[in-house]
Ligand binder design. Structure first.
Ligand SMILES: [Zn+2]
Length: 268
């Protein structure tokens, strides 16, 4: 067991602590005595973050720790224990989770990738600004693109393979100053503080970016985290334009409907 990571949840604004344990079995969260499998079937909400739930318990903002699990290859034998209902946002990136996981030593042997036998295309109903996700047979490659009407963002694109995922993890979450009050009125972003991500003002940013393309890199982190809920790497190409947690989860459900479980899936 590692020493806990601790901090405020960005949405609820409450302090929580997280311990990572190596324990045989599926990748899972534990909170308040309940165990919640880290899989698509346990997603209960996707408003601004990914929320898992089971037996009346919920745990929110699971995507950054799961991105680190995916990037470092921790697909099983790990319990993520949370003493609250939301993971701390920390610096807004997945880098602190990656450091905590690396301290556990090498990951267990990886599951075989999930072959993509047919193209799965998902489009959100809303338009313009609609999300588009394609999961395609072919080389395992992730392509993420975004298009924000903000002078410091605009159109950005990232593409890479699994070996490139660890380098994405320091990219921080971001938000817009003009949306912050509206989010807080809905009980979201209560824990947003300087240091918990990038705040884009009308003129620019609240501080220097880690890389000029940090926004699209963070969107890729969110995608890598959500894709971990499939339980194994995807052996195909994933193309995400204007993604969101809802879009990721809907597209994965669509994928699962067309790709039945493999005979040797890890136990859940
Ligand atoms: Zn994120």
């Amino acid at each position: 067991m590692t020493r806990p990571l601790e901090g405020l949840g960005i949405h609820g604004g409450r302090r929580s602590r997280v311990w990572l344990h190596r324990e045989p079995g599926a990748l899972r969260f534990r909170t308040g005595g309940a165990t919640i499998a880290a899989d698509v079937a346990h997603v209960v909400d996707t408003e601004r973050c990914t929320v898992l739930g089971a037996d009346g318990a919920r745990v929110a903002v699971v995507e950054h720790v799961l991105a680190a699990c995916h990037a470092l290859g921790f697909w099983s034998d790990l319990v993520i224990e949370v003493d609250g209902d939301e993971l701390p946002i920390l610096d807004g990136s997945a880098a602190p989770w990656s450091e905590a996981l690396a301290a556990l030593g090498p990951p267990p042997p990886p599951p075989a990738p999930w072959p993509v036998s047919r193209a799965v295309r998902w489009r959100s109903a809303a338009s313009p600004g609609a999300s588009e996700i394609d999961i395609l047979p072919g080389e395992a490659l992730l392509e993420v693109s975004i298009d924000f009407e903000h002078p410091a963002i605009g159109q950005q694109r990232w593409r890479g393979r699994r070996a490139d995922y660890p380098a994405l993890l320091p990219a921080r979450t971001f938000g817009f100053a003009r949306e912050l009050a509206a989010l807080q009125a809905r009980g979201l972003a209560e824990g947003a503080r300087p240091g918990s991500g990038i705040l884009f003002t009308d003129e620019g940013t609240s501080g220097p970016l880690r890389t000029p393309d940090e926004p699209v890199r963070h969107k890729a982190v969110d995608a890598v985290g959500d894709l971990a809920l499939l339980g194994r790497p995807l052996g195909g190409r994933v193309r995400i334009h204007r993604g969101s947690h809802r879009a990721h989860v809907e597209a994965m459900r669509h994928f699962l409907a067309h790709h039945p479980p493999l005979p040797h899936d890890p136990p859940t």
